[in-house]
Design a protein around this ligand. Structure first.
Ligand SMILES: [Zn+2]
Length: 341
Protein backbone atom coordinates (compact mmCIF):
# COMPACT_ATOMS: atom_id res chain seq x y z
CA UNK A 1 0.00 0.00 0.00
CA UNK A 2 2.32 2.67 -1.27
CA UNK A 3 1.28 6.05 -0.08
CA UNK A 4 2.55 9.46 -0.99
CA UNK A 5 1.50 11.93 1.62
CA UNK A 6 -1.08 14.22 0.09
CA UNK A 7 -0.25 17.86 0.39
CA UNK A 8 -2.77 19.72 2.42
CA UNK A 9 -3.32 23.27 3.54
CA UNK A 10 -5.51 22.27 6.44
CA UNK A 11 -2.61 22.19 8.91
CA UNK A 12 -2.46 25.27 11.00
CA UNK A 13 0.09 24.54 13.68
CA UNK A 14 3.58 23.73 12.51
CA UNK A 15 5.90 21.53 14.51
CA UNK A 16 8.81 23.72 15.43
CA UNK A 17 11.67 21.52 16.37
CA UNK A 18 13.24 19.08 13.97
CA UNK A 19 16.88 19.17 14.99
CA UNK A 20 19.03 19.75 11.95
CA UNK A 21 16.80 18.03 9.43
CA UNK A 22 17.74 18.84 5.79
CA UNK A 23 15.24 21.33 4.29
CA UNK A 24 13.82 18.99 1.62
CA UNK A 25 12.51 16.79 4.44
CA UNK A 26 10.76 19.57 6.33
CA UNK A 27 7.45 19.06 4.58
CA UNK A 28 7.45 15.28 5.09
CA UNK A 29 8.32 15.83 8.73
CA UNK A 30 5.52 18.33 9.26
CA UNK A 31 2.97 16.11 7.56
CA UNK A 32 3.98 13.06 9.55
CA UNK A 33 3.73 15.03 12.80
CA UNK A 34 0.28 16.31 11.92
CA UNK A 35 -0.99 12.94 10.75
CA UNK A 36 0.26 11.52 14.01
CA UNK A 37 -1.33 14.32 16.06
CA UNK A 38 -4.65 13.67 14.32
CA UNK A 39 -4.26 9.93 14.90
CA UNK A 40 -4.31 9.19 11.19
CA UNK A 41 -1.24 7.00 11.17
CA UNK A 42 -1.22 3.21 11.41
CA UNK A 43 1.04 1.71 14.08
CA UNK A 44 3.83 0.99 11.59
CA UNK A 45 5.35 3.19 8.89
CA UNK A 46 7.94 2.25 6.33
CA UNK A 47 9.98 5.21 5.07
CA UNK A 48 11.21 4.32 1.60
CA UNK A 49 13.47 6.20 -0.82
CA UNK A 50 17.03 6.40 -2.12
CA UNK A 51 19.87 6.02 0.31
CA UNK A 52 21.73 9.14 1.38
CA UNK A 53 18.72 11.49 1.30
CA UNK A 54 18.07 11.52 5.06
CA UNK A 55 15.34 8.92 5.70
CA UNK A 56 17.05 7.94 8.93
CA UNK A 57 17.22 11.57 10.10
CA UNK A 58 13.54 11.94 9.24
CA UNK A 59 12.67 8.80 11.22
CA UNK A 60 14.59 10.09 14.24
CA UNK A 61 13.14 13.60 14.03
CA UNK A 62 9.64 12.16 13.81
CA UNK A 63 10.31 9.81 16.73
CA UNK A 64 11.54 12.69 18.88
CA UNK A 65 8.46 14.75 17.96
CA UNK A 66 6.19 11.90 19.09
CA UNK A 67 7.94 11.70 22.43
CA UNK A 68 7.81 15.44 23.15
CA UNK A 69 5.26 16.02 25.90
CA UNK A 70 4.46 19.61 24.98
CA UNK A 71 0.79 19.77 24.01
CA UNK A 72 0.86 22.31 21.16
CA UNK A 73 4.17 21.93 19.41
CA UNK A 74 7.42 20.04 19.34
CA UNK A 75 9.42 22.05 21.85
CA UNK A 76 12.94 20.65 22.10
CA UNK A 77 12.87 21.80 25.71
CA UNK A 78 10.60 19.58 27.84
CA UNK A 79 11.90 16.75 30.06
CA UNK A 80 11.21 14.28 27.26
CA UNK A 81 13.04 16.37 24.65
CA UNK A 82 16.01 16.78 27.01
CA UNK A 83 16.24 13.04 27.56
CA UNK A 84 16.10 12.61 23.80
CA UNK A 85 18.92 15.09 23.29
CA UNK A 86 20.97 13.27 25.93
CA UNK A 87 20.46 10.05 23.97
CA UNK A 88 18.74 8.06 26.73
CA UNK A 89 14.99 8.39 26.36
CA UNK A 90 13.35 5.42 28.09
CA UNK A 91 10.47 5.31 25.58
CA UNK A 92 12.66 5.10 22.48
CA UNK A 93 14.26 2.05 20.89
CA UNK A 94 16.65 2.20 17.99
CA UNK A 95 17.02 -1.12 16.21
CA UNK A 96 20.06 -1.15 13.92
CA UNK A 97 22.94 -3.55 13.24
CA UNK A 98 25.44 -3.78 16.08
CA UNK A 99 28.75 -2.10 15.39
CA UNK A 100 30.74 -3.90 12.70
CA UNK A 101 27.81 -6.18 11.82
CA UNK A 102 25.86 -6.23 8.57
CA UNK A 103 22.63 -7.73 9.89
CA UNK A 104 20.00 -7.13 12.55
CA UNK A 105 19.77 -10.38 14.49
CA UNK A 106 16.85 -12.17 16.12
CA UNK A 107 18.36 -11.58 19.57
CA UNK A 108 18.24 -7.86 18.94
CA UNK A 109 14.58 -8.12 17.91
CA UNK A 110 13.81 -10.18 21.06
CA UNK A 111 15.21 -7.40 23.24
CA UNK A 112 13.16 -4.89 21.29
CA UNK A 113 9.98 -6.95 21.81
CA UNK A 114 10.46 -6.89 25.59
CA UNK A 115 10.55 -3.10 25.34
CA UNK A 116 7.60 -2.95 22.96
CA UNK A 117 5.18 -4.60 25.39
CA UNK A 118 6.04 -2.34 28.33
CA UNK A 119 4.03 0.77 29.16
CA UNK A 120 5.66 4.08 28.23
CA UNK A 121 7.44 5.78 31.14
CA UNK A 122 7.35 9.47 30.27
CA UNK A 123 5.81 10.07 26.86
CA UNK A 124 2.28 9.20 25.80
CA UNK A 125 3.68 6.41 23.69
CA UNK A 126 6.85 4.60 22.70
CA UNK A 127 8.72 5.11 19.45
CA UNK A 128 10.71 2.42 17.69
CA UNK A 129 12.98 3.15 14.71
CA UNK A 130 14.26 0.22 12.65
CA UNK A 131 17.10 1.19 10.31
CA UNK A 132 18.03 -0.08 7.80
CA UNK A 133 15.03 -2.37 8.08
CA UNK A 134 16.13 -4.57 5.15
CA UNK A 135 19.16 -5.69 7.18
CA UNK A 136 16.97 -7.82 9.45
CA UNK A 137 17.77 -11.43 8.71
CA UNK A 138 14.89 -13.82 8.08
CA UNK A 139 14.48 -14.90 11.71
CA UNK A 140 14.65 -11.33 12.94
CA UNK A 141 12.04 -10.23 10.40
CA UNK A 142 9.73 -13.11 11.39
CA UNK A 143 10.01 -12.21 15.05
CA UNK A 144 9.21 -8.56 14.30
CA UNK A 145 6.33 -9.58 12.05
CA UNK A 146 4.50 -11.25 14.95
CA UNK A 147 4.72 -7.96 16.83
CA UNK A 148 3.45 -5.97 13.82
CA UNK A 149 0.53 -8.39 13.46
CA UNK A 150 -0.46 -7.95 17.10
CA UNK A 151 0.75 -4.42 17.74
CA UNK A 152 1.39 -3.52 21.36
CA UNK A 153 -0.64 -0.52 22.54
CA UNK A 154 0.89 2.99 22.51
CA UNK A 155 3.75 2.04 20.22
CA UNK A 156 4.73 3.64 16.92
CA UNK A 157 7.05 1.71 14.63
CA UNK A 158 9.06 3.59 12.01
CA UNK A 159 10.95 1.31 9.65
CA UNK A 160 13.31 2.89 7.15
CA UNK A 161 14.84 1.31 4.08
CA UNK A 162 16.43 2.22 0.75
CA UNK A 163 15.64 -1.32 -0.43
CA UNK A 164 12.11 -2.06 0.76
CA UNK A 165 11.88 -4.80 -1.90
CA UNK A 166 14.35 -6.81 0.18
CA UNK A 167 11.95 -6.89 3.12
CA UNK A 168 9.54 -9.82 3.36
CA UNK A 169 6.22 -8.92 1.68
CA UNK A 170 4.49 -9.82 4.95
CA UNK A 171 6.38 -7.03 6.75
CA UNK A 172 5.71 -4.50 3.98
CA UNK A 173 2.00 -5.29 4.01
CA UNK A 174 1.85 -4.50 7.73
CA UNK A 175 3.32 -1.03 7.21
CA UNK A 176 2.11 2.11 5.54
CA UNK A 177 4.80 2.92 2.98
CA UNK A 178 5.79 6.58 2.88
CA UNK A 179 7.88 7.72 -0.10
CA UNK A 180 10.37 10.21 1.30
CA UNK A 181 10.99 13.38 -0.73
CA UNK A 182 14.29 13.63 -2.58
CA UNK A 183 16.21 16.88 -3.00
CA UNK A 184 16.74 18.32 -6.44
CA UNK A 185 20.28 19.08 -7.49
CA UNK A 186 20.10 22.70 -6.41
CA UNK A 187 18.72 21.88 -2.94
CA UNK A 188 21.37 19.22 -2.46
CA UNK A 189 24.18 21.59 -3.48
CA UNK A 190 22.86 24.40 -1.33
CA UNK A 191 22.67 22.10 1.67
CA UNK A 192 26.22 20.86 1.11
CA UNK A 193 27.47 24.43 0.87
CA UNK A 194 25.62 25.18 4.10
CA UNK A 195 27.59 22.31 5.63
CA UNK A 196 30.81 24.09 4.73
CA UNK A 197 31.78 22.74 1.29
CA UNK A 198 32.73 25.17 -1.46
CA UNK A 199 30.77 25.12 -4.69
CA UNK A 200 33.23 23.02 -6.66
CA UNK A 201 33.59 20.33 -4.00
CA UNK A 202 29.85 20.25 -3.38
CA UNK A 203 29.28 19.61 -7.07
CA UNK A 204 32.05 17.03 -7.34
CA UNK A 205 31.06 15.11 -4.21
CA UNK A 206 27.44 15.10 -5.28
CA UNK A 207 28.30 13.67 -8.69
CA UNK A 208 30.46 10.97 -7.15
CA UNK A 209 27.72 9.94 -4.74
CA UNK A 210 25.04 9.75 -7.46
CA UNK A 211 23.21 12.80 -6.16
CA UNK A 212 22.87 11.57 -2.57
CA UNK A 213 23.73 14.59 -0.40
CA UNK A 214 24.21 12.84 2.95
CA UNK A 215 26.48 10.30 1.34
CA UNK A 216 28.30 13.15 -0.42
CA UNK A 217 28.92 14.88 2.90
CA UNK A 218 30.00 11.77 4.79
CA UNK A 219 32.04 10.10 2.09
CA UNK A 220 32.70 12.67 -0.64
CA UNK A 221 36.35 13.15 0.21
CA UNK A 222 36.95 9.41 0.30
CA UNK A 223 34.97 8.90 -2.93
CA UNK A 224 37.07 11.52 -4.67
CA UNK A 225 40.31 9.87 -3.54
CA UNK A 226 38.98 6.49 -4.63
CA UNK A 227 37.94 7.73 -8.07
CA UNK A 228 41.31 9.38 -8.59
CA UNK A 229 43.12 6.16 -7.60
CA UNK A 230 40.82 4.14 -9.82
CA UNK A 231 41.32 6.42 -12.83
CA UNK A 232 45.10 6.24 -12.32
CA UNK A 233 44.97 2.43 -12.21
CA UNK A 234 42.84 2.31 -15.36
CA UNK A 235 45.29 4.56 -17.13
CA UNK A 236 48.18 2.31 -16.13
CA UNK A 237 46.31 -0.78 -17.24
CA UNK A 238 45.78 0.79 -20.65
CA UNK A 239 49.27 2.16 -21.12
CA UNK A 240 50.90 -1.01 -19.65
CA UNK A 241 53.27 1.14 -17.68
CA UNK A 242 52.96 -0.98 -14.57
CA UNK A 243 52.44 -4.58 -13.62
CA UNK A 244 48.90 -5.54 -12.66
CA UNK A 245 50.03 -6.26 -9.08
CA UNK A 246 51.60 -2.80 -8.82
CA UNK A 247 48.62 -0.93 -10.15
CA UNK A 248 46.02 -2.66 -7.98
CA UNK A 249 47.99 -2.15 -4.74
CA UNK A 250 46.85 1.45 -4.05
CA UNK A 251 43.22 0.34 -4.49
CA UNK A 252 43.31 -2.25 -1.73
CA UNK A 253 42.72 0.35 0.98
CA UNK A 254 39.21 1.04 -0.37
CA UNK A 255 36.07 -0.94 0.27
CA UNK A 256 35.59 -3.39 -2.60
CA UNK A 257 31.87 -2.71 -3.03
CA UNK A 258 32.28 1.05 -3.47
CA UNK A 259 35.32 0.45 -5.65
CA UNK A 260 33.33 -1.72 -8.05
CA UNK A 261 30.44 0.77 -8.01
CA UNK A 262 32.82 3.57 -8.99
CA UNK A 263 34.59 1.41 -11.55
CA UNK A 264 31.33 0.52 -13.25
CA UNK A 265 30.37 4.18 -13.30
CA UNK A 266 33.65 5.16 -14.97
CA UNK A 267 33.38 2.29 -17.41
CA UNK A 268 29.81 3.18 -18.37
CA UNK A 269 30.90 6.76 -18.98
CA UNK A 270 33.69 5.56 -21.24
CA UNK A 271 31.31 3.32 -23.17
CA UNK A 272 28.82 6.16 -23.54
CA UNK A 273 31.66 8.37 -24.78
CA UNK A 274 32.67 5.72 -27.33
CA UNK A 275 29.09 5.41 -28.53
CA UNK A 276 28.89 9.17 -28.95
CA UNK A 277 26.52 9.80 -26.06
CA UNK A 278 26.98 11.98 -23.02
CA UNK A 279 30.18 11.00 -21.31
CA UNK A 280 31.84 12.27 -18.15
CA UNK A 281 31.57 15.94 -17.37
CA UNK A 282 34.70 17.72 -18.68
CA UNK A 283 36.01 18.43 -15.17
CA UNK A 284 36.00 14.78 -14.17
CA UNK A 285 37.26 13.51 -17.49
CA UNK A 286 40.85 12.33 -17.09
CA UNK A 287 43.15 13.56 -19.87
CA UNK A 288 44.37 10.04 -20.66
CA UNK A 289 40.85 8.96 -21.50
CA UNK A 290 40.79 10.74 -24.82
CA UNK A 291 43.86 8.95 -26.16
CA UNK A 292 42.84 5.63 -24.69
CA UNK A 293 39.36 5.86 -26.17
CA UNK A 294 40.71 5.44 -29.67
CA UNK A 295 42.27 2.09 -28.78
CA UNK A 296 39.32 0.63 -26.95
CA UNK A 297 37.12 -1.95 -28.57
CA UNK A 298 33.58 -0.97 -27.62
CA UNK A 299 32.21 -4.51 -28.02
CA UNK A 300 34.84 -5.84 -25.59
CA UNK A 301 34.13 -2.98 -23.22
CA UNK A 302 30.43 -3.84 -23.20
CA UNK A 303 31.22 -7.48 -22.41
CA UNK A 304 33.56 -6.30 -19.70
CA UNK A 305 30.87 -4.04 -18.24
CA UNK A 306 28.54 -7.04 -18.12
CA UNK A 307 31.19 -8.99 -16.22
CA UNK A 308 31.64 -6.12 -13.77
CA UNK A 309 27.90 -5.88 -13.25
CA UNK A 310 27.65 -9.61 -12.48
CA UNK A 311 30.56 -9.45 -10.07
CA UNK A 312 29.02 -6.45 -8.36
CA UNK A 313 25.76 -8.35 -7.96
CA UNK A 314 27.60 -11.23 -6.25
CA UNK A 315 29.42 -8.75 -4.00
CA UNK A 316 26.13 -7.10 -3.04
CA UNK A 317 24.61 -10.53 -2.41
CA UNK A 318 27.32 -11.12 0.19
CA UNK A 319 29.74 -13.39 -1.72
CA UNK A 320 33.26 -13.23 -0.35
CA UNK A 321 36.17 -12.62 -2.66
CA UNK A 322 39.87 -12.16 -2.23
CA UNK A 323 40.08 -8.42 -2.90
CA UNK A 324 43.53 -8.51 -4.43
CA UNK A 325 42.76 -11.40 -6.78
CA UNK A 326 39.47 -9.97 -7.92
CA UNK A 327 41.07 -6.58 -8.65
CA UNK A 328 43.95 -8.14 -10.55
CA UNK A 329 41.46 -10.14 -12.58
CA UNK A 330 39.48 -6.95 -13.24
CA UNK A 331 42.44 -5.02 -14.62
CA UNK A 332 43.74 -7.93 -16.69
CA UNK A 333 40.32 -8.02 -18.31
CA UNK A 334 40.33 -4.25 -18.80
CA UNK A 335 43.77 -4.36 -20.47
CA UNK A 336 42.42 -6.97 -22.88
CA UNK A 337 39.69 -4.57 -23.98
CA UNK A 338 42.29 -2.36 -25.59
CA UNK A 339 44.12 -4.98 -27.60
CA UNK A 340 43.64 -4.90 -31.30
CA UNK A 341 43.25 -8.31 -32.87
ZN1 LIG B 1 9.39 18.66 24.08
Amino acid sequence: MAHRMASSDSFTTKPEWAGDLPPWLAEDYTKLCHLHRDQHLPHALLLAGSSGIGKHQLALAFASSMLCTHAEKVCGDCHSCKLWAAGNHPDFWHLQPEEGKQVISIDQVRSLLEFAYKTPQIAAQKAIVVWPADLMNRNAANALLKCLEEPPPSTQFVLSSANPGRLPATIRSRCQVVRVSEPDDQQAQQWLRGCGLDEELAQQYLQLSSGQPLLALEQGEQLLKMNQALAAAMQMAVSSRASIVQLTKPLLSFEIKSLFDAYLRLLSAIVRGKLGGASLAPEERPAWLKTAEQDWDVRKLLEHAQFVQNTLKSIHAGSHFNDQLILEDLFIRLALCTQQD
